[in-house]
Ligand binder design. Structure first.
Ligand SMILES: *Cc1c(COP(=O)(O)O)cnc(C)c1O
Length: 352
């Protein structure tokens, strides 16, 4: 409240000093040089793709098993989303499938660090270098996640051309409204992104290119700065809940707990199990007043809006199977032990 009151007293609601401080802090957290705040995670993806100056027919490879915004942003910059199947163990995009989908028109790949676990960036980077495409990390669910590559921890957002974060209230670092951030190591890209978020003009009323209005409110930056010091403890609490769940679910025939790639430190934005009894489980949990959700029930290649891309059911069997089997359980940091036990008891009854 004092941080919000300070903004209200000063009344610099647009691009106040808190925004710059948050940009520096998020850049530091993700081991990048520049942070560019914007209005949402969706806009962080959209602006990241817009700087690539894609032309109609240019292809951007991504996963069909993600939140809609990933593919929506590709479509909205006028490029063609090219979907590839997922690795059924981590739910992240399959690198072999990416490699098989590369064509001379491939301009970018958008890996999504789904549920808070990083995709194999080292393999994707090798492909990006060989085939000269941009790597836009959709890190909306993965702020602070990291992966050990050649003996070093590398952060979500650190290795891509750009990384996109979301501060949607339910994300691990949530604002009190919408918000987003782009991070990058590239000074020229950072400059252009800053220009693009204020209508494409570095100087007021002079426009070098057509941008948009996509800024983070100063009030939201103040909220996020107040919450940021707690983020790593919150992520650790999520990991502790995940460990409890996974231990309690050992040996259940009809349940596969989430797998953590040994190279990864997972931040468990979601704790997502798979079970063929998903719909019964969802019903039981709901009856007992236990929150749960299916992320995501319909893979993107089968969405009506992408019909003209020509994908048929069966095109990506792993993504389609995941959509039919996944369910996410409560994992927020403050989840009380007794509540967690009630979740475990209910899940064990259904999936034994
Ligand atoms: C939340 C999310 C987005 C979009 O972020 P918004 O801030 O809601 O616009 C994009 N991609 C993924 C994977 C997300 O989870």
């Amino acid at each position: 409240m004092p941080a919000l009151m300070a903004v209200i007293e000063r009344q610099q609601f647009i691009m106040g000093e808190e925004v710059g401080r948050l940009e520096e802090a998020i850049a530091r957290l993700s081991a990048t040089r520049y942070g560019i705040a914007c209005a949402s995670g969706t806009d962080a993806l959209l602006l990241s793709l817009k700087v690539l100056e894609l032309r109609p027919g240019d292809e951007v490879i991504t996963t069909p098993f993600t939140f809609f915004a990933t593919a929506g942003a590709i479509w909205n910059v006028g490029a063609r989303p090219v979907f590839v199947d997922i690795d059924p163990v981590t739910f992240n995009m399959s690198v072999q499938a990416v490699e098989a989908a590369i064509t001379p028109r491939t301009r970018a790949v958008v890996p999504v660090h789904l549920y808070g676990q990083m995709a194999p960036m080292e393999d994707l980077l090798a492909l990006a270098k060989r085939h000269r495409f941009a790597l836009i990390e959709d890190a909306a669910q993965a702020i602070g996640a990291r992966r050990r590559i050649e003996g070093h921890w590398r952060m979500a957002g650190e290795l891509g051309t750009t990384g996109a974060f979301s501060f949607f209230p339910s994300k691990n670092l949530g604002a009190w409204g919408d918000g987003g951030m782009i991070v990058t190591q590239d000074a020229a890209l950072a400059d252009r992104l800053r220009t693009l978020r204020t209508h494409g003009g570095a100087k007021q009323y002079h426009h070098d290119e057509v941008g948009t209005n996509s800024r983070l409110d100063t009030l939201q930056a103040a909220v996020l700065m107040a919450k940021l010091p707690r983020l790593s403890a919150w992520s650790a609490a999520r990991r502790a809940h995940a460990e409890c769940y996974t231990a309690a679910f050992a040996g259940l025939g009809a349940l596969v707990p989430p797998a953590v790639d040994p190279a990864n430190e997972h931040i468990f934005h979601q704790y997502t199990i798979r079970t063929p009894r998903r719909d019964v489980l969802r019903q039981r949990l709901t009856e007992r007043g236990i929150g749960c959700a299916v992320y995501y029930p319909a893979p993107l290649h089968l969405q009506p809006c992408f019909r003209e891309l020509g994908y048929e059911p069966g095109a990506f069997p792993e993504a389609e199977r995941a959509a039919a089997e996944v369910i996410s359980l409560p994992i927020y940091p403050e989840l009380p032990g007794e509540a967690r036990d009630r979740v475990i008891e209910t899940v064990r009854k259904v999936c034994a």
